[in-house]
Design a protein around this ligand. Structure first.
Ligand code: SF4
Length: 483
């Protein structure tokens, strides 16, 4: 997905920017970048972080950079930040999100502005950040440009923009699918996506931007330039899987939400077992909630070997990724043999990994493997935040099952009703395929309750197929958006 951090200060901002950006490393695996505006103009550096962590790649740059304002990014798409030269002067920009209609926007640029875009990604494609920058430059001002981008993008695009006079802007995507959060320390302000970065850098949480809101940050304050939009649909998967445990979005902490998810699973689908266990990493927090609620022992029959397998080492090929994932996971045989275990995991995508893990457990003498999944079955691939690497909808085990049963034109929606027969048969198929003793998925209402925001403020598309951007702006109950 990717993440970003921007800092503006009355003093040098480089150390805060470096560590603030680094705290987003779990969100992306492709490129890292920083741009700082110093006395001599923009200083910028971009590195490949596929084989080494952000921190080790940037520690030399940090020594030579200086300035009071800067932006940094962990990118899963194109190399960033870009520095653009436009009629507004130059500006540095980073973006995070997924632009579903990027081709359409490129054509608009070519047709209306005769603009020559460069190849800015390693794959020889025009990168999304470049398209966004060029679109911004078509408008009368930078802020009008950001507003225009939000009105045109299908998907999502949150961004930080730093102009050559030192103005720092932060914009959250139109439907607020990704978080953008503000923090303050003395005479410095920070905007980022993972609020866990604030505490160790001495920043206090200020607030989350509203959906589509654009602010200018000064060292003392934030000034809203574009008011929040009418409806928020923040990604519910942040809490289930990819958000960092110490972070909070919209005031809801990730780790505590995962405990509540596990607890809800234990209440709704209890089982007799000798211990509750998690599939690392995020499954561990769900399992702690399960164990606590069920009054069951918690155990770690799987541990992850991380010293030489940095999160950022993530091969592009699915087969290689699966190989790396299975090499990282180690078992503790004494916690497995002759035991009945209930496992929590965040989700099932292809099912390949879980099937292998179940086989490993049985080969080590596990008697029963009960699997509890912290979210409902994934039935619709994400279209909004560049979350999935799936090339096809049929990467999802659910969709392969549905296609096998009804062909390509099946009514998929009926497989999302947990009380319906099609759903129950699909879950039974997955259970059998992965050779699990029992399998149960979280109900959507339990997940929503665990997060603690109204359902209408959450994106739940990958489980329900419900896209709020097609529903209009009526009735958002969160009290945050301006209905
Ligand atoms: S479709 Fe799923 S992963 Fe994508 S933004 Fe919505 S909830 Fe998040």
């Amino acid at each position: 997905m990717g993440g970003f951090c921007g800092v503006i200060s009355k003093e040098d901002c480089v150390t805060d920017l470096f560590f603030g950006t680094d705290y987003h490393s779990h969100l992306g695996t492709h490129r890292g970048g920083m741009a700082i505006l110093g006395p001599g103009g923009f200083q910028r550096s971009i590195h490949n972080i596929q084989n080494a962590p952000f921190r080790s790649k940037f520690e030399h740059d940090v020594c030579r950079f200086s300035g009071p304002v800067g932006i940094g990014v962990i990118s899963d798409t194109d190399p960033q930040p870009l520095v653009m030269f436009t009629k507004f002067g130059s500006f540095a920009i980073v973006t995070v999100g997924h632009i579903e209609n990027v081709e359409e926007l490129k054509q608009e640029l070519f047709q209306n502005n005769s603009m020559q875009l460069q190849y800015s990604t390693t794959s020889g494609m025009v990168g999304p950040t470049e398209v966004i920058s060029a679109l911004i430059a078509t408008q009368p001002s930078l802020v009008e440009g950001v507003k225009y981008v939000q009105s045109k993008v299908r998907g999502s695009c949150s961004l930080l923009l730093l102009d050559d006079s030192g103005r720092l802007y932060a914009a959250r995507d139109r439907w607020g699918r990704t978080p953008v959060i503000l923090g303050k320390k003395g005479n410095a302000m920070m905007a980022l996506m993972e609020s866990c970065a604030f505490a160790n850098l001495g920043y206090d949480y200020v607030r989350d931007l509203g959906p589509g809101e654009v602010v200018e940050l000064t060292p003392e304050a934030d000034i809203t330039l574009v008011e929040p939009g009418p409806r928020m649909a923040i990604c519910a998967f942040l809490w289930v899987y990819y958000g960092y445990p110490a972070s909070s979005y919209e005031g809801r902490n990730v780790e505590m939400t995962r405990y509540r998810c596990g607890s809800a699973l234990a209440k709704r689908t209890p089982t007799e077992a000798d211990a509750a266990c998690g599939i690392p990493d995020s499954g561990t927090s769900h399992a702690l909630g399960y164990a606590h609620e069920a009054g069951m022992k918690f155990a770690r029959p799987f541990v992850k070997y991380t010293p030489t397998w940095a999160r950022s080492f993530m091969p592009q090929e699915q087969r290689e990724r699966e190989h790396v994932a299975s090499m990282k996971l180690l078992t503790i045989p004494g916690l497995i043999k002759n035991r009945r275990l209930v496992f929590c995991d965040d989700s099932i995508v292809r099912g390949t990994q879980l099937g292998k893990q179940a086989a490993k457990l049985y080969s080590e003498g596990c008697l029963e493997t009960h699997m509890r999944i912290a979210c409902p079955p994934l039935v619709y691939p994400c279209r909004f935040i560049n979350f999935s690497r799936s090339r096809s909808v049929y990467d999802l085990i659910t969709r392969r099952y549905i296609r096998g049963r009804e062909g390509e034109n099946a009514d998929v929606a009926k497989y999302t009703d947990p009380d319906g027969e099609p759903y129950k048969q699909m879950v039974e198929f997955i259970r059998e395929k992965l050779n699990l003793t029992t399998l149960a998925f979280q109900r959507l209402e339990d997940l929503v309750k665990a997060i603690g925001l109204p359902q209408d403020c959450l994106c739940t598309y990958c489980w329900t197929g419900r896209d709020v951007s097609l529903e209009g702006c009526e009735g958002c109950p969160c009290g945050k958006c301006k209905v």
